[in-house]
Design a protein around this ligand. Sequence first.
Ligand code: F3S
Length: 80
Amino acid sequence: ALFVKVDQETCIGCGACGEVAPEIFDYDEEGISFSLLDMNAGAVPVPENLVDDLEDARDECPTSSIKVEEEPFEVEDEAV
Ligand code: F3S
């Protein structure tokens, strides 16, 4: 399974990810992206049917802020 988390330190809120994968990404009040799947914790596996969208979003992000891993992310970063 794949896990996703947005690096909110580097996201510039360009909006590409929500365009490509609206079921995965939404934006906070400052326009910074987060993963809707689990409030950006990176702990819930990305559903199989959304993996293509996920990879498109990751590839299109201009700041490489969409982090995709095969293991759940550590809960060190503050969630949204
Ligand atoms: Fe941010 Fe990249 Fe999405 S800059 S808004 S994470 S495409």
